[in-house]
Ligand binder design. Structure first.
Ligand code: ATP
Length: 515
């Protein structure tokens, strides 16, 4: 066949380009590629193979002789086709005059062609930005059938076809991402709905509300909501008063055991012997004074949740016995002979670092792993200060109702002091402070004077803007601006807030051009 006229080549390329532009469906492009090749190169069969990410090779299109067409869609196994195995020459146009005389046919598709009786091979790579995507293969039963000019035409066609393949990959990634983010959105809103339902249920019973909108608190609620419907043991850790029991009740309400009891036991409150009998119960005569049989908390919590507070305080004996409960779900009352089944979900809490307790040998590691199947760390209140105004308002309302004398409100200076305090006793301490202030204010406005000394004296912290990372210079400038604003431009006061001298402040004001 004569070398293709430029107009033919041009028309063929334009047809492929149209197919690419018209459709993200790569199939339409293969048809255009096959048509273009038929118009320009005298082949007996053609194939387009695509290198998949798992190393297999897929024949995405085949044209020409009937039995070759059947290869379409065939996936050739991984062996020998992985990108690493593809010969480097495959990056370039390959013209083989006679495969039969070619001693070393490195490319598996060439071997396949030869096995089927094809002699001449013309092959161009499909690649995009150095990434190999596959190749276009034209074969003929007549040796020497393809010229360099045929090859060059094929190269241009392959380049366009590569674009289509690269687009297909992009389109698929986009579609996957869209699908994934839609699913994630759906999951997030489902989670949001569940949090809402649980929070509302608890709000109705104000003693067990979970107040907070900060990111840290939302994360806790999200974890609790996810684990609630399972029967998994949960370990809640956090400083005293951070709301561990509040979250334990939240999980109980969201679990299948919600209709069962919520039984709490504080392991720190009782001496060893008593804790053991409280937990496991005892039979009559089990020890001096055990005049009647007594079911333990494990029995009382049957069908529900057992909340073990301060679990780090369990003695070694109780730890060993309780481990058995978690392992075998069985136990006996003190002095009893009957084996009882523990039908409880255990939620444990601690304000201690259990890893440290394990290192010191006071807490069993095996028990730790049984308890901490799922652990939730509760943030201290000082790490979620943005929730303080909300908590203050809720406690004000609650305390006001319970003592029948609501406060008129909270002054700005009191709110500033409440927000600045470090709250070592966390939410519990805040609640107590509000209760005290409501009583002291006698129905009036709560001011800093009604707060305990340590809290009223808390200095507002200079605000450091949270945002994209800023330079040290910018941070300093922001802090100075904030201090000046807070001190109503009184330089001595601003210097005091910043903990520097007036002279130092003055020179920094000049440096930043803030005068
Ligand atoms: N997020 C919250 N929303 C509303 N009230 C809260 C919240 N967190 C804690 N509280 C209140 O703070 C007090 C202490 O909470 P809780 O008993 O759950 O803390 P804890 O971490 O279990 O404390 P401890 O370790 O001392 O037993 C309770 O009055 C509780 O209602």
């Amino acid at each position: 066949m004569a070398v293709q006229a430029p107009s033919e080549l041009h028309a063929a390329l334009a047809a492929i380009a149209r197919a690419i532009a018209d459709s993200l469906e790569v199939r339409a492009v293969w048809d255009a590629v096959a048509d273009a090749c038929s118009a320009l190169v005298p082949f007996d069969a053609m194939g387009i193979v695509k290198l998949e990410s798992d190393g297999t090779v897929r024949a995405v299109a085949a044209a020409g002789e009937a039995d070759v067409k059947q290869l379409e869609g065939v996936v050739f196994p991984r062996a020998g086709y992985s990108p690493a195995f593809w010969p480097d020459e495959d990056r370039f146009l390959v013209v083989i005059d006679d495969a039969q005389t070619q001693l070393d046919l490195a490319y598996p598709m060439d071997r396949l062609a030869l096995e089927r009786g094809f002699r001449a091979i013309l092959r161009a790579p499909l690649q995009h930005r150095d990434r190999r995507l596959g190749s276009v293969l034209l074969v003929s039963r007549t040796p020497g059938r393809f010229t360099q000019a045929h090859g060059e035409a094929l190269l241009v066609i392959a380049e366009l076809a590569s674009l289509a393949l690269a687009h297909e990959g992009l389109a698929r990634t986009l579609a996957d991402e869209t699908r994934r983010s839609a699913a994630a959105r759906e999951r997030a809103s489902e989670l949001e709905r569940r949090i809402q339902v649980l929070a509302e249920e608890l709000d109705a019973r104000s003693a067990h509300r979970t107040l907070g909108r900060s990111r840290r608190w939302r994360e806790v609620l999200e974890l609790a909501t996810k684990v609630a419907p399972t029967d998994t043991t949960v370990l809640l850790s956090g400083e005293s008063g951070t709301g561990k029991e509040v979250i334990a009740r939240f999980i109980h309400r969201g679990s299948v055991r919600r209709k069962g009891p919520f039984v709490a036991l504080n392991c720190a409150a009782l001496p060893e012997q008593l804790l053991e009998s409280e937990l496991f119960g005892h039979d009559r005569g089990a020890f001096t004074g055990a005049q009647a049989a007594h079911p333990g908390k494990l029995e009382q919590a049957a069908g529900g949740v057992l909340f073990l507070d301060e679990v780090a305080e369990m003695s070694p004996t109780v730890q060993a016995k309780f481990l058995r409960v978690l392992q075998e779900r069985e136990y006996q009352r003190l002095g009893g002979t009957r084996t009882l089944r523990a039908d409880v979900r255990v939620l444990a809490a601690t304000h201690r670092d259990l890893q440290a307790a394990i290192a010191q040998g006071t807490f069993r590691e095996d028990l730790f792993y049984r308890l901490a199947v799922f652990d939730i760390a509760l943030p201290p209140l000082r790490d979620r200060r943005e929730d303080i105004p909300l908590l203050v308002e809720a406690f004000l309302h609650e305390v006001g109702q319970s003592i029948g004398r609501p406060a008129a409100g909270v002054s700005d200076d009191a709110i500033a002091a409440l927000t600045a305090h470090a709250w070592p006793g966390n939410v519990r301490e805040l609640r107590n402070a509000i209760e005290r202030a409501v009583i002291l204010s006698e129905g009036g406005m709560i001011t800093a004077d009604h707060l305990p000394i340590g809290i009223a004296a808390a200095k507002p912290m200079p605000i450091v803007r949270i945002g994209p990372p800023q330079s040290l210079g910018d941070a300093e400038r922001n802090m100075i601006e904030d201090a000046l604003a807070r001190a109503k431009h009184n330089k001595s006061e601003a210097a005091r807030l910043l903990g520097i001298t007036r002279a130092q402040l003055r020179s920094r004001i000049e440096k930043h051009g803030l005068a």
